[in-house]
Design a protein around this ligand. Sequence first.
Ligand code: DAH
Length: 345
Amino acid sequence: MMAITQAELEKEKLTALKQLKAVDNEDDLNSWRVACLGRSSAVTQAFSSLGSLSKEERPAMGKAANEVRKALEAALAERQEVLREASLQRSLQSEHLDVTLPGRPILHGRLHPLTQVLRRIYRIFGDMGFQIYRSPEVETDDNNFTYLNMPPYHPARDMWDTFYTSDEGVLLRTHTSPGQIRVMRERAPEDIRVILPGATARYEQLTARSEIEFVQVELLVVGKGVTFSELKGTLLDFAKLTFGEEARTRLRPSHFPFTEPSAEMDVECFVCGGKGCGVCKGTGWLEILGCGMVHPVVLKYGGYDPAVYSGFAAGMGIDRSTLMRYRIDDIRHFRNNDIRFLEQF
Ligand code: DAH
């Protein structure tokens, strides 16, 4: 192998540095490294020639080779950095990420208006010491009617148009009142203070004001010495907490087979303030619930001795009062699950 001279080495260095400036990718950079710093490069040749040089020539050649290698390595590192920076810029640009844009809004779920009203009712009665008792939506004819003082063929059954199932004596409950029988039979002879919320169904014409499925909340208190004035006080407190301290209410005598005496509670129409309007059909009053003292026959079916125990009960529909409260024009919106309707609550 021909020994390389210092002048040649210097020339090789300049050529290499010039080539490096044109390198613009990782692959070419690697080829450059092999050619200019690898085994057959000029620098390596210079180092291998050291052994065959005279004692006088050797130090100068060694120094020159070292300097060339350092210069080439430094230039390589610098070029590598430039290429890395350029590739980073390219990928940032291709991602089109504008960090100054505002964030995308997150869609929140929300509670159905009926659920919101129900929860308010739970809180009010919860504060008065009532427990929530869940009872089935599919009921026996006995619980729904007979044990509520309506034996088979009793004409009062006609007040509730009923969905019967193909099973004899099994129906969709027409009101939450059959739950009264279930709590009493489970708890007798303990005191009872519960609300019974849930879905009910009636075989009726679907209209803007009446649904075949709707929600009721039932109230039941049983104990020794429970009185009508306690019923009245409980319902008045409930009305004030629901409709406001100034809301006027009235109790009207009424009739239900499972209570005696029975009453209905009206609240002054909150749409017209009692003057009379379309919502209250010109009367100035809105009926909100039925109530009364639990009938002795019902107490007996529940396992309580009516000579010792008494109780009061009430039942209210949630859908129609929610309609009025939010001025909703059609009860069918509640179960259509149309997002445009639900989003408003
Ligand atoms: N269950 C009755 C209905 O659906 C409402 C009712 C009236 C419930 C009087 C009661 C009550 O507990 O005492 O129409």
